[in-house]
Ligand binder design. Structure first.
Ligand SMILES: Cc1cc2nc3c(=O)[nH]c(=O)nc-3n(C[C@H](O)[C@H](O)[C@H](O)COP(=O)(O)O)c2cc1C
Ligand code: SF4
Length: 301
């Protein structure tokens, strides 16, 4: 299907011609002709703004799957929350209470929680509303552990290459600085972590997580990384409200970027790219208080 195909269905009987749908449409898909809305544009982002704004429920967008607003672990009030309609203090508390969890219990995460997290993830904005993200779930500790071992092997191999002074300096001489930079900045800490995994069985990559969601993009994505990270943000916050701990695992993303065979091992098609890997599980840690952040550079002009 053409991603810009117009799948809007208008009910001319219900339409009152108020024009609200035109005002929110980013693609100029609709016009008012003879007092009712009609489709005159050739493209649509299928964002559903027209459907959401119509006071007469005269619009359906067929590309939108109604299943995606139906959740298994909670029910969604589908009445749109007006601007200012939710206490900032509650949202701020969720945002500030989310922490990267690095101690997980052994309990598995229920698949319905993973499915609901993915449905919440795709409410994130995406460039040109391409929604070209993919979600790959590992839903048992064994799967996460096996995946972690693959990532560990990648870093052990990388460390072996980086240890070779002549190899990394030779690469640097021909303009390839990445291995030398890696050696200077990460080699020692990665070595320590991988040794702990290898010799003491301490999971320094996934922290004992019992589930994992990998967010990738298909070739149609216009802003693949940004879309994935925004979807990830939703998952991190929502998992906290579900009683789950979460942690982004950048090491896994880096390994999968550098060695494309890793994703093949877990049957992720070659055409996809993974941008975010999130460890999930029931947390085995609690905090007493919300802490702050470093002061960022802020400019008002
Ligand atoms: C892109 C990205 C990659 C990250 N990769 C890892 C990782 O591989 N392992 C890990 O334990 N934490 C990882 N983190 C978590 C950060 O260390 C964490 O967000 C930061 O220390 C702030 O702590 P907080 O999330 O608890 O507020 C990553 C975070 C981001 C945004
Ligand atoms: S918002 Fe609804 S009622 Fe108003 S013009 Fe569009 S389709 Fe018709």
């Amino acid at each position: 299907m053409n991603p810009k195909e117009v799948t809007i269905v208008l009910d001319p009987v219900k339409c009152t011609g108020c024009g609200l749908c035109l005002a929110v449409c980013p693609s100029d898909t609709l016009s008012i002709i003879n007092g009712i809305a009609v489709i005159t544009g050739e493209n649509s982002l299928s964002c559903g703004h027209c459907m959401g704004v119509c006071p007469s429920a005269a619009i359906e967008v067929e590309a939108i799957d109604n299943e995606m607003t139906s959740f298994e672990t909670f029910s969604l009030d589908k009445k749109w929350l007006k601007y200012g309609g939710f206490p900032t203090t509650d949202l701020a508390r969720i945002i500030a209470s989310r922490r990267s969890c690095r101690n997980f219990k052994n309990n598995p995460v229920e698949p319905e929680h993973l499915r609901d997290l993915i449905k919440l993830a795709v409410f994130a904005p995406s460039g040109t509303n391409s929604q070209a993200w993919t979600f790959t779930c590992l839903s048992s500790r064994k799967q996460v552990l096996d995946f972690g071992i693959t990532i560990k092997n990648f870093f052990q191999n990388l460390n072996k290459k980086a240890e070779n002074y002549y190899f990394r300096k030779g690469l640097k001489l021909v303009g390839i600085k990445a291995l030398d930079t890696y050696y200077n900045e990460y080699y020692s800490s990665v070595k320590e972590a991988m040794d702990k995994m290898e010799n003491q069985g301490i999971d320094r990559l996934f922290h004992g997580a019992t589930a994992c969601i990998m967010i990738g993009s298909g070739p149609q994505a216009s802003c693949p990384k940004e879309d994935a990270m925004l979807a990830a943000g939703n998952i991190l916050l929502a998992s906290h409200t579900m009683g789950l701990g979460s942690c982004l695992i950048g090491f896994a993303v880096e390994a999968m970027k550098a060695d494309r065979s890793i994703q093949e091992k877990i049957d992720i098609p070659k055409a996809e790219k993974i941008h975010a890997v999130i460890a999930l599980g029931y947390p085995d840690e609690t905090y007493k208080r919300i802490t702050g952040r470093k002061k960022p550079i802020i400019r008002f002009k």
